[in-house]
Ligand binder design. Structure first.
Ligand SMILES: [Zn+2]
Length: 120
């Protein structure tokens, strides 16, 4: 097997309504064909469920940056879907990832229907 690496690992919700918007942002950031993609309902909410997939991506493809995309109106959150819950989970996910992969840069976002906002 040849060695092949990519720049980023992207973690997003499965929700079809945000797929193209997120892809366009990534392509616009110069990441076309240059990111691994893991989709799980709720994105940051489901981080523990995809721990193995994350570690496989990092081991095989050595991405420098990890992007997490939550989105508004997320079914994985059910009725209780406030922005604060996403902010909290994104922060928690970021801390966990940095703890486990301390040389990676973690970027977090919330997608709306009109735009994607970076959460700093
Ligand atoms: Zn969702």
């Amino acid at each position: 097997m040849s060695k092949h690496t990519c720049t980023a690992l992207v973690i997003s919700c499965t929700d079809f309504r945000f797929v193209t918007m997120i892809r366009d942002l990534l392509v616009g950031s110069g990441l076309k064909d240059n990111y691994d993609l893991i989709a799980t309902p709720g994105a940051s909410l489901g981080l523990e469920k995809i721990a193995d997939s994350i570690s496989t991506s990092i081991r095989l493809h050595e991405p420098e940056n990890i992007y997490i995309f939550d989105h508004e109106d997320c079914g994985a959150y059910g009725e209780d879907n406030p922005r604060e819950a996403h902010m909290r989970n994104l922060k928690k996910a970021k801390e966990l990832l940095i703890q486990n992969y301390h040389n990676k840069k973690v970027l977090t976002y919330i997608s709306g229907f009109d735009k994607i906002e970076e959460i700093l």
